[in-house]
Design a protein around this ligand. Structure first.
Ligand code: G1P
Ligand code: ZN
Length: 564
């Protein structure tokens, strides 16, 4: 094998964010940009010669080209074998599943998750370790440090591998195995859930719609929901992964998954989403009678949105409902070790954990913080308010897994989605919850706003705002209970005497300007008051958030870009 050592200059902006390195496609296409980062990963992880790596992505623009480059750099860096999903496809949870099942050294996932794709869109790259989970901060920090010092990378001079055909190939002496991207994952799902019961549900007239948003879950959902579970053809919509996601924004929420929202809500769909939501088209014929269940997943298949007929399940509630009903799924019948949620996620799951007598952990935002807890056997279920739910079956959040969990619960309980959630609130109380995102803010304004908030922290406790009195404020920091690593600066919290809270955080996944996220939560134990609209119930807290942050003065904005 002919290996070239290419001289290169380091880049100073290759710092991985909440979930890997994300940049515009054009940045990744610029000379040596991807090559440098991949070499920085390999230098950092120091895999023994002959190790096996998994590579796959969400099918977005530049996925195939990037894979060919990574294969050639892997060959030059001594890897013995790379498992690649056919067509370059592997959803994030499927990649995690493959890393674990074949006990590989690690894997590289190419995705910018829910960020738009195409030549003008985003691209991303993330390293996952042998447990199948995102590399922890100490590794991503080391990769960043290495990227700033890199002066060369090694690459094999070899022709590309045909990715569309399954089988074993050789690239300059390194084995490349092109695998079925769906089979291992589908088998894992079948081992966790009661497929028999779900099949019976779907046979009995229950109707569902799954929106793959032109992204990676299409082939997975068709195989599992239509083929193995017997849902009629057409149940999966937008099921072919496209490099530009059909020019959409593959983020499963009420704003961006508007085709599914139209189907599930009919004419009343217009009431949802932000001011920027696309105008709704006339109702298609098939949605005259809305399905019983609707779901969507994002670009790389790790997020999920769950809908009933005319009903949205808040992701924080979804985690709590899954935890409360976990015993209905065969893979979880033996009980849960514990649950974990990210700090901004509502405390709904905490209430279930308390009733089950199991621990509930509060971690910073980002799935990587759940890995240690799962590896140590401390938690079974994890979730984030950002449409992420998952368990220790892999080490990533998992969109289709959540959909199948809900189907399993629906099949066993024989009630509607809405009914299940209402009964849940009646039993545990409702944590009213919403997140307001302000996207594309100038970084200076966003940083100034955060600094202003922090500057008030000493004087806020004890102050009254209408019916709310401030109990404490802090900048959330976390000490990992397993390895004692400390993560600081994870979000500004204003907590009130009645347990309500407002959290302010800047996004770590955006690629343009800054995104401010304001998380709002209030608890309502009284069943008679639980069915109000969340925005209405949280209106007082929203006003306080605006006042404390001087949002309008500092950003010129009053309305969020996206409300979830
Ligand atoms: C966002 C979500 C976070 C999630 C991450 C990756 O990160 O808020 O919960 O883990 O995407 O999907 P953020 O942009 O807020 O840093
Ligand atoms: Zn994602």
């Amino acid at each position: 094998m002919n290996i070239r050592t290419v001289a290169t200059a380091p880049f100073n902006d290759q710092k991985p964010g909440t979930s890997g390195l994300r940049k515009k496609v054009s940045v990744f296409q610029s000379p040596n940009y991807l090559e440098n980062f991949v070499q920085a990963i390999f230098d950092t992880i120091a895999a023994p010669a002959g190790s096996t790596l998994v590579v796959g992505g969400d099918g977005r623009y530049y996925n195939r080209e990037a894979i060919q480059i990574i294969l050639r750099i892997a060959a030059a860096n001594g890897f013995g074998k790379v498992l690649v999903g056919q067509g370059g496809i592997l959803s994030t949870p499927a990649a995690s599943c493959v890393i674990r099942k074949y006990r590989t050294f690690g894997g590289i996932i190419l995705s910018a998750s829910h960020n738009p794709g195409g030549p003008d869109g985003d691209f991303g790259i993330k390293y996952n370790t042998a447990n199948g989970g995102p590399a922890p901060e100490k590794i991503t920090d080391a990769i960043y440090a290495r990227s700033k010092a890199l002066d060369s990378y090694r690459i094999a001079d070899a022709p590309g591998v045909a990715l569309d055909q399954q089988g074993s190939f050789s690239l300059g002496g390194m084995a490349v195995e092109v695998i079925d991207p769906v089979a291992d994952y589908a088998g894992l799902m079948e081992s966790l859930f009661d497929f028999e019961a779900i099949r019976a549900l779907l046979k009995g007239g229950f109707r569902m719609c799954f929106d793959a948003m032109h992204a990676v879950t299409g082939p997975y959902a068709k195989e599992i929901i239509e083929k193995r579970l017997g849902a009629p053809g057409g149940t999966v919509i937008n099921g072919v992964p496209l490099p530009d996601f059909g020019q959409g924004h593959p983020d499963p929420n009420l704003t961006y998954a508007h085709e599914l929202v139209e189907i599930m809500y009919g004419a009343s769909a217009a009431a949802f989403g932000s001011a920027q939501a696309a105008p709704l088209s006339p109702l298609p014929e098939r949605s005259r009678r809305q399905p019983d269940f609707g779901a969507a997943s994002d670009g790389d298949g790790d997020r999920n949105m769950i809908l009933g007929r005319h009903f949205f399940v808040n992701p924080s509630d979804s985690l709590a409902v899954i935890a409360a009903n976990a015993a209905l799924a065969p893979g979880y019948a033996k009980g849960l070790a514990g649950v974990a949620r990210s700090m901004p996620t509502s405390g709904a799951a905490d209430r279930v954990a308390a009733k089950l007598g199991i621990p509930c952990y509060e971690t910073p935002t980002g799935w990587k913080f759940f890995g240690n807890l799962m590896d140590a056997g401390k938690v079974t279920l994890c979730g984030e308010e950002s449409f992420g739910t998952g368990s220790d079956h892999v080490r990533e959040k998992d969109g289709l897994w959540a959909v199948l969990f809900w189907l399993n619960i629906l099949a066993k309980r024989g009630q509607s989605v809405e009914d299940i959630v209402h009964r849940h609130w009646a039993e545990y109380g409702r944590n009213f919850y919403s997140r307001h995102d302000y996207e594309g803010l100038p970084s200076d304004a966003a940083n100034g706003l955060m600094a202003h908030l922090k500057s008030q922290f000493a004087s806020l406790p004890g102050q009254r705002f209408g019916s709310y009195q401030v109990k404490l404020c802090d900048d959330f920091s976390y000490t990992d209970p397993i390895d004692a690593s400390v993560s600081t600066g994870q979000g500004l919290r204003v907590i009130f005497e009645d347990g309500s809270r407002i959290v302010f955080r800047l996004s770590g996944t955006g690629t343009e300007g800054a995104t401010l996220r304001i998380y709002l939560e209030a608890f309502e134990p009284d069943a008679a008051k639980q069915r109000r609209d969340a925005q209405e119930a949280l209106a007082g807290l929203i006003n306080i958030a605006h006042e404390l942050s001087e949002l309008k003065q500092r950003t010129g904005r009053e309305q969020p870009t996206v409300i979830t």
